[in-house]
Design a binder for this molecule. Structure first.
Ligand code: FES
Length: 100
């Protein structure tokens, strides 16, 4: 587990792009739950810091609208595209992410 950011640095219904162990990781928060995923859309590589957060636990790519489940990484409409999700642990006000 590696420190990624403080919980308070990720806006509710928002995102924060961070560097963890040299990798770009996107943090997303909905309804107080923090998720961590890869930065690039698995469809055609759009940078997901521009993605839309419209539903709890989901991220919608801004380029073609693929919608990913932030717990499983699955895109129900396009199951061939799976977003990489990283386990998150909250320690006090700190977000820790497992990149292994
Ligand atoms: S690049 Fe993300 S949906 Fe196409």
């Amino acid at each position: 587990m590696a420190f990624a950011a403080k919980v308070s640095e990720v806006p509710e219904w928002g995102k924060k792009l961070v560097q963890v162990e040299g990798q770009s990781i996107l943090l997303v928060k909905t309804k107080g739950v923090v998720y961590a995923c890869e930065r690039e859309c698995p469809h055609q590589g759009a940078p997901l810091e521009g993605a839309l957060v419209k539903e709890a636990g989901k991220l919608s790519c801004q380029r073609h609208g693929y919608r990913f489940d932030l717990t499983t990484g699955v895109c129900a409409e396009h199951p061939e595209c799976k977003l990489r999700i990283y386990p998150v642990e909250i320690k006090g006000d700190e977000i820790h992410v497992d990149l292994s």
